[in-house]
Ligand binder design. Structure first.
Ligand SMILES: *[C@@H]1O[C@H](CO)[C@@H](O)[C@H](O)[C@H]1NC(C)=O
Ligand SMILES: *[C@@H]1O[C@H](CO)[C@@H](O)[C@H](O)[C@H]1NC(C)=O
Ligand SMILES: *[C@@H]1O[C@H](CO)[C@@H](O)[C@H](O)[C@H]1NC(C)=O
Ligand SMILES: *[C@@H]1O[C@H](CO)[C@@H](O)[C@H](O)[C@H]1NC(C)=O
Ligand SMILES: *[C@@H]1O[C@H](CO)[C@@H](O)[C@H](O)[C@H]1NC(C)=O
Ligand SMILES: *[C@@H]1O[C@H](CO)[C@@H](O)[C@H](O)[C@H]1NC(C)=O
Ligand SMILES: *[C@@H]1O[C@H](CO)[C@@H](O)[C@H](O)[C@H]1NC(C)=O
Ligand SMILES: *[C@@H]1O[C@H](CO)[C@@H](O)[C@H](O)[C@H]1NC(C)=O
Ligand SMILES: *[C@@H]1O[C@H](CO)[C@@H](O)[C@H](O)[C@H]1NC(C)=O
Length: 810
């Protein structure tokens, strides 16, 4: 095919050449050629690439059988450039001129031609080959050598004239880009083409004129570049001959791509206020990776971005760790993907937020209610505004922390969950009201609303009070009322045998805010005793029933009663009594503690309780209790107490040791007798023995519980625990000592504070209990009080020797 083309082109060229050059060629041959020679007609065209090889054909075969070649001469412009003489032997048969030098060689086989190596541009010319034969006439051939100069390798420039090698761009998606292919030189003028794969995109033909002489350039313009252009490869070729492959250069196009998709992946709703949640957003399609951001109400949230390379395209993930707030409910969370290289590349995914939160409740009074003017008997309405998601399923109401129940009969009406009506309110219904709304997120309690109910003053203490007032001595009478608002005025009235008179306001003070008035009253004579009444008035009106006080002549106080000792230790005790009538005057309460050597502590107090300290350990103490006021002293209350022994592990152990030895000595003798007795008993009462055993065993193991039981059967004989119980115990197998009471008998003459009554209690150091009686000789009343438990237990029952006895007794 190539050959056919060549021939065709050669023919066309020949025709053109023939038209233009034939006359001169003919002329030349006519002038300079040998008369014998003649041009055989045609001009043979031969093409060769610079540097390549050209074969200029010249038929040197003799036309007749009985003939032979004599001489071949090549002319260029009628100057001989090469000759071959068959008559000369050896290499000298060939001759060349300087221009052809050693590049040419005549060859006769396979077909005769002049072979030119390393063709030069200056070799372009029309050559004549003259062939001389022995016999036949000389022949001439015309051969035109067309030397082809290849174009340079194309160079690609961008639209700013910057050379591109390998990779073009990056260009913006949607934009245009230009690739300029520039080719230098080439003879004949090269053809320039842009290819993409096998497709020819554009061509600059050899015939297309270009202003800049030697350089030809062809521009490839791609408009509205899209994703398909990413990584596409464009090739620019330049060629001017088929003898050499085209010159070519390729570029790969790189594009910036907008993000294609963005999507919030985790759409689980609802979310909860305060619970940290993680949301994921994914964007694909962008190159380089998109910037993915989260937005809420125009504000950007902090997030973590990750890029992943996947087979089906790269993706960008953004993780939002975020704690929703209540006000975010109903707002729209936006995930935005954008590309810094594009102005309008932003795409968004939106998530309307459904956020659950604990209800927010606000309590308010009914619209037309004046909070400062609620009187007893009014109807009061409350409303509860609830802000909740999900909606509250219940609303409860509280008054001073107590749940309110729907009770129409009682005037409490709950309607529609968010309304509370109180019919005919009383002053007791004043106080703090709140409502609490609940949903799945929790309970929301409203701040309390303080409801005030206006009411007339009433006495804080209902009963009639007795006031003891001494003649000529001022007494204070305190009138205290409850009222809302606080009372403005007080009014005192004295009602006595002389009648009823109002007290001069100068005589009393008014502390309106405390609802208190204090009257300073001095009885001058007996007629000044009687009944005082006090009435207060506030906004709601005057007090209906007055506070009443009975004025009586002052006396000395009644004695304290019902005294109880607490917290008895080795050095102290706490004492508390009930105060009696104070005789109408301020009283002090005195506790005197007496030991054998005299007064130990003298403590006076405004109330009938004392903390008595520094008493000394394990002492028999007598307590003398009385009240005193300006009129004198009360009767005395007297009783005896023993402080606990000092708690010291070492001394206790020593004591135990000593006691054990003492007891052991006594026991030694008793034991011998007991064993004999026991043996005698065993011999005679085998059946009874087992029953005894069963009875006694528990007592030895848990003496604490059995103590009270034991004390009763022993009777008064067993007050001395040292010997009798033990010897009896051996016989009865019940070794524990009995309980006994320390009774402080009331002295006959209780008026004398210094005459100590004799105590009849035995002074036993191991006594675990102390009981006492206080008495009043006048009334004969006596109160017996609680017991005090010491820390020590009876040592003797712990003796191992004894335990052995008990068992051996069995
Ligand atoms: C042809 O060649 C032979 C020898 O090669 C010669 O004898 C003969 O004469 C020639 N004929 C002509 C017509 O020259
Ligand atoms: C650019 O190409 C995209 C598709 O690749 C097309 O949707 C868009 O309309 C084009 N724009 C213009 C201006 O031609
Ligand atoms: C994915 O990312 C890699 C590295 O950034 C890149 O070489 C590749 O071209 C990207 N693929 C696509 C489809 O964008
Ligand atoms: C983006 O917009 C700015 C001004 O609006 C403009 O100067 C810039 O060229 C634009 N960039 C692109 C990539 O369109
Ligand atoms: C309002 O309550 C009081 C007692 O608190 C009662 O005496 C009175 O009858 C009630 N009034 C009405 C109208 O129910
Ligand atoms: C005063 O006392 C008398 C009898 O004790 C009584 O009848 C009278 O109502 C009282 N007056 C006042 C104002 O309390
Ligand atoms: C004595 O006090 C005790 C305890 O404090 C108490 O239970 C008892 O009722 C009081 N006795 C009298 C007469 O007040
Ligand atoms: C007993 O002592 C305890 C602790 O010291 C104390 O709280 C309590 O009030 C005392 N009891 C009396 C009646 O003083
Ligand atoms: C104890 O003190 C009171 C006053 O505090 C006093 O009247 C009384 O005489 C004192 N008792 C003794 C025995 O001193």
């Amino acid at each position: 095919m190539c050959i056919v083309k060549c021939v065709q082109r050669t023919l066309v060229a020949f025709i053109l050449l023939a038209v233009t050059t034939s006359p001169s060629a003919t002329q030349n041959t006519m002038i300079s050629g040998s008369p014998l020679s003649s041009v055989t007609g045609t001009v043979t065209r031969v093409s060769a690439v610079v540097g390549g090889v050209a074969e200029l054909p010249c038929d040197s075969r003799p036309p007749q059988r009985n003939d032979s070649l004599l001489l071949v001469v090549w002319y260029r412009d009628d100057n001989p450039v090469y000759s071959y003489d068959t008559r000369v032997e050896g290499p000298t048969a060939h001759w060349t001129d300087d221009a052809f030098a050693k590049r040419t060689l005549w060859q006769s086989s396979p077909h005769s031609a002049l072979r030119v190596r390393d063709v030069q541009a200056r070799d372009r010319a029309t050559y004549r080959c003259r062939v001389d034969f022995q016999v036949s006439p000389t022949r001439n051939y015309l051969i035109a050598l067309d030397v082809i100069e290849l174009p340079s390798k194309p160079v690609i420039f961008d639209e700013y004239g910057k050379e591109i090698s390998g990779i073009a761009g990056p260009y913006n998606e949607g934009g245009d880009f230009k690739l300029i292919c520039s080719v230098n030189g080439g003879n004949p003028t090269p053809r320039v083409q842009w290819h993409q794969g096998d497709t020819i995109l554009s061509t600059l033909s050899a015939g297309d004129l270009q202003p800049s002489g030697l350089t030809r350039s062809l521009t490839l313009v791609v408009r509205n570049a899209s994703r398909v252009h990413q990584s596409s490869v464009y090739t620019c070729t330049a060629d001017n001959t088929l003898l050499a492959p085209p010159q070519k250069v390729t570029v790969r196009v790189n594009l910036y791509l907008r993000p294609l998709t963005v999507e919030i992946l985790s759409r689980e709703q609802p979310l909860s206020v305060g619970r940290k949640t993680e949301l994921l957003c994914r964007s694909t399609g962008a190159r380089p990776p998109a910037i993915v951001t989260w937005w809420l109400k125009g504000k950007q949230l902090n997030s973590i971005t990750k890029h992943r390379e996947l087979d089906d395209g790269n993706e960008t993930q953004s993780i939002l760790q975020w704690t929703p707030l209540k006000e975010h409910n109903g707002q729209v969370l936006t995930c935005r993907a954008e590309h810094s290289k594009f102005n309008q590349s932003t795409i968004e995914s939106k998530l309307p937020l459904n956020i659950y939160y604990v209800p927010v409740a606000v309590i308010h009074l009914g619209a037309k209610m004046n909070p400062n003017d609620i009187e007893e008997g009014d109807d009061v309405y409350f409303g509860c505004d609830v802000d909740a998601n999900p909606p509250a399923y219940k609303v409860i109401w509280e008054h001073n922390g107590v749940l309110l129940q729907h009770n129409p009969a009682g005037g409490v009406i709950l309607t529609g969950n968010t309304n509370l009506a109180l019919r005919n309110v009383s002053r007791h219904q004043a106080g703090k009201y709140s409502c609490t709304a609940s949903n799945v997120e929790g309970d929301g309690k409203s701040p309390p609303l303080h409801m005030q109910v206006v009411y007339k003053p009433i006495c804080r203490k209902r009963e009639i009070r007795m006031i003891g007032a001494a003649l000529q001595e001022p007494s204070s009478v305190v009138c205290e009322v409850d009222a809302f608002p606080p009372p403005d005025t007080f009014e005192w009235t004295l009602n006595n045998s002389a009648g009823s008179i109002k007290v001069d306001p100068l005589r009393f003070t008014v502390e309106a805010y405390e609802g208190r008035s204090i009257l300073s009253y001095t009885p001058v004579s007996d007629v000044d005793y009687g009944t005082l009444s006090c009435r207060a008035t506030n906004l709601a009106g005057q007090q209906t029933s007055p506070c009443v006080y009975t004025l009586m002549p002052a006396t000395r106080p009644d004695p304290p009663t019902n005294c109880t000792v607490y917290n008895l230790t080795d050095d102290s005790l706490d004492l508390m009594c009930l105060a009696g009538y104070e005789g109408g005057l301020q009283s002090v309460y005195i506790a005197e503690v007496w030991g054998n050597e005299g007064l130990v502590v003298n403590s006076s107090n405004a109330v009938a309780s004392w903390n008595l300290r520094r008493l000394g350990a394990k002492r028999q103490l007598k307590l003398v209790i009385y009240a005193a006021n300006a009129r004198g002293r009360s009767e005395h209350v007297t009783f005896t107490v023993e402080t606990a022994p000092r708690l010291s592990p070492r001394t206790e152990a020593q004591e135990a040791w000593e006691v054990n030895w003492a007891i052991g000595g006594v026991l030694g003798a008793a034991l011998t007798v007991a064993i004999i007795l026991c043996l005698a008993l065993i011999a005679t009462r085998i059946r009874h023995r087992s029953r005894d055993y069963e009875v006694t065993m528990p007592s030895s193991k848990n003496q604490k519980t059995t103590l009270p039981k034991r004390s009763s059967p022993h009777g008064p004989d067993e007050r001395n625990p040292d010997l009798i119980p033990l010897s009896k115990g051996i016989l009865d197998c019940q070794p524990e000592p009995p309980l006994y009471a320390a009774v402080a008998a009331a002295p006959k003459n209780s008026n004398s504070a210094h005459s100590l009554p004799r105590t009849q209690s035995p002074s036993t150091p191991t006594s675990p209990h102390a009981q006492y009686t206080d008495s009043q000789s006048d009334s004969g009343r006596s109160v017996v009080n609680g017991t005090m438990r010491s820390h020590r237990e009876v040592v003797t029952t712990r003796t191992p020797l004894l335990a052995a006895h008990q068992e051996s007794c069995v």
